[in-house]
Design a protein around this ligand. Structure first.
Ligand code: ASP
Length: 350
């Protein structure tokens, strides 16, 4: 069993506290000496396997951009997951996928409402690298993917998704889901994959990484909210909402109710707060606080979580509700960490 606190202190924060202090006092804080890189972090339990995929690139001196693509492809390929073609469909029975990617130079690409393509993150990267655009959606995104050689998969729900959809159709209720992990305790294979009604407890993986050269990149991929309206886009494919990278400052990703992340340009806000000197956790908390202020009582019914990495290799997260966890991998090893939250402040388990 790992000692999470010890791991965090030794590998992520321990040697970096001094840097954080210095940074607040310097007029020109960037670039700083980076410690403990390479490092990759990603949302939810599915992040563990995704980080391993990313580490195959990072651990052999590869680039953060290649790592964040390779990492979330692992999640997209898993048919028994909340992300990719095995995920829950929209209310009309179609699985529609959203993804975006951003590198250390401000290059970015995105796809929205993409159907029948297994790896939306790789299509997003092609949008970034091969078109003059940032975002392609719907049938145009699919046509572009096919022209780029991505196979068009069969239009078919996974067995789990079919069961969940049939269950959902009985009431066809359109209500937000408070996505949490580990409702029964435990991470990884011991965490429950779905709620009792068959819906996933979350639908996204967001990942950010810093490579050995100290450069940052990020990726975010999702099936969006289960049983969403046809055509609905959440935050995940939107640069500045579900993902933002600034190679001078840091990077952040988001998960949870996308509409409320978009409302505050969530990850852009987190990165800008880090630019002003806030730690990753404090920046994530301030962004969560903004949503809670806007939503008032309504905040009790939703989940949003932010996860951030700054240029010094410090990691932090904050969520509205308890139950958000994230995976960290660096040279010290791999760990799951429970995020602090607005409701139920503090770690959910020690
Ligand atoms: N943020 C995603 C969306 O709103 C959902 C999630 O993170 O679970 O589409």
């Amino acid at each position: 069993m790992f000692d999470r606190r010890k791991f965090l202190q030794s590998s992520l924060f321990g040697s970096l506290g001094l840097f954080a202090g210095k940074r607040a006092m310097t007029a020109k804080p960037y670039p700083l000496v980076v410690k403990d890189n390479p490092i990759v972090i990603s949302t939810w339990d599915t992040g563990l396997a995704a980080n391993r995929g990313a580490w195959q690139v990072l651990g052999s001196n590869g680039k953060a951009l290649d790592a964040v693509e390779a990492g979330v492809r692992v999640t997209e390929a898993s048919i028994n997951c909340c992300v990719g073609l095995g995920a829950n469909p929209d209310r009309d029975g179609f699985v529609t996928l959203d993804a975006c990617i951003m590198d250390d130079k401000g290059n970015c690409g995105s796809v929205g409402c993409l159907e029948r393509i297994k790896h939306p993150i790789s299509v997003a990267r092609r949008v970034m690298e091969k078109t003059p655009h940032v975002m392609l959606v719907g049938i145009g995104a699919q046509q572009f993917a096919v022209a780029e050689g991505f196979p068009l998969e069969e239009q078919k729900l996974s067995d789990d998704a079919k069961r969940a959809y049939q269950e959902w159709l009985k009431k066809s209720e359109y209500k937000p889901i408070i996505n949490v992990e580990n409702t029964k305790g435990g991470h990884g294979p011991f965490a429950p994959a779905r709620y009792e009604d068959g819906s996933w407890n979350h639908d996204t993986i967001g990942m950010v990484a810093m490579d050995a050269a100290g450069n940052l990149s990020g990726s975010c991929t999702t099936s969006g909210m289960g049983f969403k309206m046809r055509g609905r886009l959440g935050d995940s494919p939107i640069i500045g909402a579900g993902l933002f990278v600034d190679n001078e400052v840091g990077a952040a990703t988001a998960t949870g109710q996308g509409e409320d992340v978009i409302r505050i340009c969530g990850t852009h806000t987190v990165v800008e707060l880090m630019r002003q000197g806030l730690s990753p956790e404090a920046a994530c908390k301030a962004a969560v606080e903004r949503i809670v202020r806007i939503k008032g009582e309504g905040a009790k019914a939703i989940q949003v979580a932010f996860l951030a990495l700054n240029k010094q290799g410090e990691v932090g997260a904050f969520a509205i509700q308890k139950g958000f966890s994230y995976a960290v991998r660096n040279n010290a090893g791999e760990k799951m960490v429970d995020s602090k939250s607005w409701y139920g402040y503090g770690s959910t388990r020690s």
